[in-house]
Design a protein around this ligand. Structure first.
Ligand SMILES: [Zn+2]
Length: 128
């Protein structure tokens, strides 16, 4: 008798979990556009906070349009760090980093010129 009740509960829980997973999967599929929009909004807010924290303009030429400002690792290897962390964690790391002299803001032109001059323009290799 007790075995039957336990078996019934286990079956119910299994059924519930399966339907729960299906529900969330279906919900994510049906609301993917909304989710993407919210993720972009969150990323943009993070980027704006970082830009504000790092001075709001390119440290070399003073360009201040946030659409072309990029976070630069002063000592290089930013691409590798971003690739290993993932974009969101990377942005949070930059935002919360208290290390002085690790990150700076550069406009896209100045960043590419720096990459070229320091020979950082090769793709970062994560795996050996
Ligand atoms: Zn610049």
């Amino acid at each position: 008798m007790i075995c039957c009740i336990v078996y019934g509960i286990i079956q119910f829980m299994k059924r519930y979990k399966i339907s729960d997973r299906k529900y969330f999967r279906e919900y994510a599929r049906n609301h993917s556009e909304n989710r993407k929009r919210l993720q972009k909004k969150y990323r943009d807010e993070l980027k704006n906070k970082i830009i504000e924290k790092l001075g709001g303009k390119c440290v070399k030429c003073g360009f201040s349009d946030s659409r072309a400002l990029q976070i630069d690792h002063i000592n290089g290897y930013g691409t590798k760090e971003r690739a290993t962390m993932g974009r969101r964690r990377y942005l949070l790391t930059v935002l919360t980093s208290e290390e002085k002299g690790k990150y700076q803001l550069l406009c896209a032109n100045c960043n590419w010129i720096k990459r070229f001059e320091n020979n950082e323009n090769r793709r970062a290799k994560i795996r050996p």
